[in-house]
Design a protein around this ligand. Structure first.
Ligand code: NFE
Ligand code: MG
Length: 566
């Protein structure tokens, strides 16, 4: 007999996600992913000045605010054919990399590590043995016996006082928690240290963007930062050197702690390379624009089908027809009218709430498709595409992770292992390390370009009469983000954001094919249906953001439609 397990809400994510699974013989046999919140940000853009859209769209989410701001200005610039000065590209690149590095560190340590790491078991660890193990794998300064003992004492005092705080609600002692106490102690120490490091990354976002969340420095045509090396402005020499010092601190942690930690967790949980593959058609977009036209990028993008790297097809610019033509969204199983999959420029979103129907509509999230099929997006898609394209820094960090995981597991862990729940964590760490390499390069590009005497940061947009259309994309922390805008006589006529978590969390599509979360859950073990830890492992590995995933555009009416609250 199949047993229905409902996880609602899923925690340690952004927003309200409900996951339903049927468990038969200790394994998931059916799965549903349902977005349980409803938003209307895009609706209020209609009729507004396209130069303002970025400030509104970054309110779509409180987690990835910068990414919507950036993608929005790119979409409007694309519609206008407006070039962006090189300094502005480099400044945007530093901003997006710092934001993504922050995001990845927080995701691994603070939002998902405790699915794998048993904090209570860390109390039993021998700090001397733990330090020995950690120091044999990396030179991270936070691995000393002194440090690990101090962390263990801290945890003991939490337990003694009965105030576990952030550690109060874990599945401690669950049969699927199998790390040795020493590894649990190392991970617990890095959890606390990562809190400090993510702050350094966010400092860069704050300096460059003037504030975070919700940066203030972007505009259609460039950035509003002034460049004057001798002045008190943001980009003077002192600030640039301070940013560089923060980048170096992050580098130390990402190289010596994050990459090593995912390898250790992956090595010990090698069985989890066999679960969670799901949709193995992977999509990513190029990132780190290098030229003023947005036709050259430091990091490639592309598409892979069937998990086969030899099928890699590149996506190369904001004008790329292969990308632009491939994207559609279906709402057959979402609480909206209409069964057909529509291109975002023709997107329709008319609410039609009718309860949770297993075979019918059951989510506020739509189902994006690429050439009529679901696609997995995110760091795993990105790392596989970059590996397929021969991207050097990706291959370097990927090989390091696979080699380290192999030595921990005592068996070869190859690229094939990445198509899995644990593979998504490994890929996110690799992507984070690639972004570390890239943020250093972009910082250097900016310094060199300023040194050559170029201080331009802005080109004035001019809006023509009549209709123009634009698309902007960004390889956001959770994957492909695209904004689609139709502008009529200088005003927004239609606006659609097709978001990473929409790609991954979407329900069954127009052909009833399950989305990536749903597909990845099939076959997952569930040791105890009352404590569905394994379900959380797989869902968390995507880093869900449901605020981003759900949008509403009412293309017919001026007023927002009334919907029944759940
Ligand atoms: Ni709200 Fe986001 C990212 C975007 S959604 S966090 O990354 O865009 O998946
Ligand atoms: Mg529908």
């Amino acid at each position: 007999m199949a047993k229905r397990v409902v996880v609602d809400p899923v925690t340690r994510i952004e927003g309200h996600l409900r996951i339903d699974v049927e468990v038969e013989g200790g394994k998931v046999s059916k799965a549903w992913s349902s977005g349980q919140m409803w938003r209307g940000i895009e609706t209020i853009l209609k009729g507004r000045d396209p130069r303002d859209a970025w400030a509104y769209t970054q309110r779509i989410c409180g987690v990835c605010t910068t990414v919507h701001a950036l993608t929005s200005v790119r979409a409007v610039e694309n519609a206008l054919g407006l070039e962006v000065p090189k300094n502005a590209q480099y400044i945007r690149n530093i901003l997006l990399a710092a934001h993504a590095i922050h995001d990845h560190i927080v995701h691994f340590y603070h939002l998902s590590a405790l699915d794998w790491v048993d904090i209570v078991s860390a109390l039993k660890a021998d700090p001397v043995q733990a330090a020995k193990l950690a120091e044999s794998l990396s030179s991270w300064k936070g691995n000393s016996v002194h440090e690990l003992r101090a962390v263990q004492e801290k945890l003991k005092s939490f337990v003694a006082s009965g105030q576990l705080g952030i550690f109060a609600n874990g599945y401690w002692g669950h049969p699927s928690m199998t790390l040795p106490p020493e590894v649990n102690l190392i991970a617990a120490a890095h959890y606390l240290q990562a809190l400090e490091i993510q702050r350094e990354a966010n400092r860069i976002v704050t300096i460059v963007g003037s504030k975070t969340p919700h940066v203030q420095n972007l505009c259609v045509g460039g950035v509003t930062n002034s460049i004057n090396l001798d002045s008190q402005g943001v980009f003077n020499m002192e600030r640039l050197m301070y940013i560089r010092s923060l980048i170096d601190k992050m580098d130390d942690f990402v190289q010596n702690a994050y990459l090593v930690d995912v390898s250790i967790v992956g090595g010990f949980y090698a069985d989890w390379t066999g679960y969670g593959a799901g949709v193995t058609d992977y999509l990513c977009v190029p990132e780190m624009a290098l030229d003023s036209k947005g036709t050259s990028f430091a990091l490639p993008g592309g598409y892979i089908t069937g998990g086969d790297l030899s099928t890699f097809k590149p996506i190369t610019s904001f004008q790329d027809e292969f990308f632009i033509k491939g994207v559609k969204e279906s709402s057959k199983h979402s609480w909206y009218h209409g069964d057909d999959a529509l291109h975002p420029w023709e997107g329709e979103t008319e609410p039609n709430y009718d309860d949770f129907n297993d075979e019918g509509q059951y989510s506020w999230i739509k189902s994006p498709t690429f050439y009529d099929k679901p696609a997995q997006v995110g760091p795993l898609a990105n790392v596989l595409c970059l590996a397929a394209s021969g991207h050097e820094s990706t291959l370097k960090h990927l090989n390091f992770v696979l080699d380290t995981a192999s030595s921990v597991a005592g068996a070869k862990v190859g690229v094939g292992a990445l198509h899995s729940t644990i593979g998504r964590h490994a890929a996110r760490a690799v992507r984070c390390a690639v972004l570390q390499d890239e943020i250093k390069q972009q910082w250097q590009n900016l310094v060199d370009n300023i040194g050559s005497g170029d201080t331009d940061t802005f080109n004035q947009p001019v809006f023509p009469k009549g209709e123009i259309r634009g698309v902007g994309f960004h390889e956001a922390p959770r994957g492909v983000l695209s904004h689609w805008v139709v502008i009529k006589d200088g005003k927004i006529d239609n606006y659609q954001a097709v978001v990473p978590s929409t790609w991954n969390a979407g329900p069954r599509n127009q052909n009833d094919v399950p989305g990536p979360y749903e597909a990845s859950l099939l076959g997952n073990p569930v040791a105890d249906p009352d404590k569905p830890l394994e379900v959380l492992r797989t869902v968390h590995s995507f880093d869900p953001c449901i605020a981003c995933a759900i949008h509403l555009v009412d293309t017919e009416n001026d007023s927002t439609v009334t919907v029944k609250a759940l």
